[in-house]
Design a protein around this ligand. Structure first.
Ligand SMILES: [Zn+2]
Length: 227
């Protein structure tokens, strides 16, 4: 009799312990799953590594005329670091070449092309979207997220004076599906921003990932409005 009572108490204690552990685990998962993981999980993200598969982009040389750095090399490093960060948060990421065939009719949750500006002694970043976009309002949200989070992470200033027609009429914008939001980002100048672009590319990658996280966060209430 006493034996069965003990067994019953043990069983209750086991059930209670299990329930307590389960609750603690669930609370832990909720608290420690960072917001950026929640919004990036399952997203289809296409990155263009500027000039990849085509040319070197800007080429900087030293006093002897030797190449010190190429834009394509910088872009490739940054694209790789951005992809790693996004994949860690559960996004599906594809890195495309400049004139990648997969751009034709590309459907993705976002396309971001990453370039860097010339070797002149200038500084700052800028982003642009397709001037004739059918989803300009949504893309403006992307640009506004970049304007908020890219300088915050990198310390880069906004350089509006050098946004060119090549950016607002960027070839890839006319190739991707009209529903795919797209933007092109010039991460900085190989001249004045060399320290950031060459020595601290992981900081650039953080600024880009933060910007994309912001962009997908903007999407959440919209979905709730139109279930
Ligand atoms: Zn470029």
């Amino acid at each position: 009799m006493r034996h069965t009572t003990l067994q019953r108490i043990q069983r209750y204690l086991a059930i209670i312990s299990f329930a307590v552990i389960l609750v603690i685990t669930l609370i832990g998962v909720r608290v420690f799953t960072k917001d950026y993981v929640k919004v990036l999980f399952g997203k289809q993200i296409a990155l263009i590594s500027g000039h990849a598969g085509y040319d070197s982009g800007a080429v900087c040389t030293d006093a002897d005329g030797k190449t010190t750095v190429t834009e394509a090399g910088i872009n490739a490093t940054i694209a790789k670091l951005v992809a790693e960060r996004l994949r860690r948060a559960g996004a599906t990421v594809v890195i495309l070449e400049e004139f990648d065939k997969r751009l034709d009719g590309l459907r993705a949750d976002v396309l971001l092309s990453m370039h860097a500006d010339s070797c002149i002694d200038n500084s700052g970043y800028k982003a642009a979207r397709y001037f004739a976009s059918l989803i300009g309002a949504r893309e403006d949200e992307l640009i506004s997220c970049i304007d908020q989070f890219y300088p915050a992470a990198t310390g880069q200033s906004f350089n509006p004076n050098t946004i060119t027609h090549n950016m607002t009429d960027y070839h890839a914008f006319r190739e991707i599906a009209v529903q795919t939001p797209g933007a092109i980002l010039e991460t900085g100048f190989l001249g004045g921003d060399q320290d950031l672009l060459i020595n601290r590319p992981e900081v650039v990658a953080k600024g880009i990932t933060d910007s994309l996280t912001c962009f997908f966060e903007q999407e959440q209430p919209r979905k709730a409005d139109n279930p």
